[in-house]
Ligand binder design. Structure first.
Ligand code: ATP
Length: 378
């Protein structure tokens, strides 16, 4: 029964952090709510963080919610799900009239999906050993409770319109969206989408999907153009490197490759999945798109070796005339085969020409300063 706290007391006591937790109860193997009760909420309460937990009820629920809410009430928006829900949140933030301020809201991820690429990248950047499932969740939860925020690059992606405009039957306008993880075409997006049917297996769904797709390996005709990091004059964050999707690219500085591809993967975080170190040199805010493309003609055995080596990030030293790794600031992909899949952050987008440009450090990631910075970029 000491004296009542006066104004001095109020100034000195920092208010507890307030987090908005968004849970997709169907993510991964459907364990997100259970892991909230057993792992996440006890740690968050222990760290004296106050929170509001909302379960998403349908696709785009989080996106709509984020477009409407009052953001100053929250110190961070935390996704308890796979990468797909964070894609919704980032795009919800960018669709707000106050997007310039809104996108500075820290976001974070507590991994409950099957791929968990961003969580794998955070775990790696923080210096922890590669891990999956509960150990990965606990590491990310620990980092979240410890606090800290760092900038993360975003990539603006223009995709083809999904269908003709219902009003006049003419093609609808190209769609703009924001991506924090990857754009994939061919083998990687095929495995991602086709392995949805093995969802009950958790992350093993990708291993099985890879073996199935290897057995009937496909290639796709297409044209890939990219602006390498050494070309042009880069002045982020203006969207100044790309003409509209239906207009030709400048010839100066751009590299174009046309032919048959097995896969094209553009990634801006280190991990493609929690156990796939696809771009070991990638940093959250290096301002780079790490492009890997594999040309037709590669043997199944070499492609399998590539993915096995990726678990350790050792695939970059695998020498094959069919495999290329480059860094770029922008790229355009024009599929010339009539059928195929294209994904952005693991989510299916309309199949057709697509282009993307990196926007430096527009979004923020809830994460501590790294204890180890594995590949500092200068
Ligand atoms: N309540 C819900 N019901 C159905 N779909 C949802 C719901 N909440 C979110 N979604 C959608 O489900 C999709 C998948 O979500 P998410 O990526 O978070 O989990 P996941 O697919 O299990 O993870 P991963 O991408 O690692 O496999 C997203 O497109 C998201 O918008």
């Amino acid at each position: 029964n000491g004296p009542a706290p006066g104004p001095f007391h109020q100034i000195m006591m920092p208010r507890p952090r307030r987090l908005l937790l968004l849970v997709n109860p169907f993510s991964g193997r459907g364990q997100a709510m259970q892991w909230c009760q057993t792992h996440i909420l006890p740690m968050i309460r222990e760290a004296s963080i106050s929170y509001n937990l909302i379960q998403t009820e349908r696709q785009n629920h989080a996106r709509e919610l984020i477009r409407e809410i009052s953001l100053p009430e929250w110190d961070g928006i935390i996704i308890i799900s796979g990468d797909g829900l964070l894609h919704e949140v980032i795009n919800g933030l960018m669709e707000r009239p106050d997007w310039e301020q809104a996108i500075k809201t820290p976001v974070g991820i507590l991994p409950c999906g099957s791929g968990n690429a961003l969580a794998g990248s955070i775990n790696h950047y923080a210096g922890f050993d590669m891990c999956l499932r509960e150990p990965l969740l606990l590491n990310c939860c620990f980092l979240l409770c410890r606090g800290g925020v760092m900038p993360m690059d975003m990539v603006s992606v223009t995709t083809s319109p999904s269908s003709p405009s219902p009003q006049n039957g003419r093609p609808a306008a190209p769609r703009r969206l924001y991506s924090f993880l990857s754009v994939a075409w061919g083998f990687v997006s095929d495995v991602d989408i086709e392995s949805e049917r093995y969802r009950g297996l958790g992350s093993a769904r990708f291993t099985l999907g890879t073996l199935v797709r290897l057995a009937s390996l496909r290639s796709y005709k297409g044209r890939l153009s990219y602006l390498p990091v050494w070309g042009g004059s880069f002045s982020p964050p203006r969207d100044d490197l790309l003409p509209p999707l239906d207009q030709p690219l400048p010839t100066r500085d751009w590299v174009t490759i046309e032919g048959d591809f097995v896969l094209v993967l553009a990634i801006y975080q280190s991990h493609l999945g929690a156990d796939l170190l696809a771009a070991p040199q990638a940093c959250f805010n290096d301002g780079l798109i790490h492009l890997t493309f594999v040309r037709a003609g590669i043997s199944r055995a070499t492609l399998l070796r590539l993915f096995l080596a990726m678990e350790r990030g050792a695939h970059l030293s695998l020498s094959s005339p069919y495999v290329s790794h480059v860094t770029a600031k922008a790229f355009r992909l024009q599929p010339l085969s009539s059928k195929g899949t294209l994904t952005v952050d693991g989510e299916l987008v309309p199949y057709g020409p697509l282009q993307a440009q990196v926007k430096v450090a527009r979004s923020y990631l809830q994460s501590p300063p790294p204890t180890v910075s594995p590949f500092p970029y200068s």
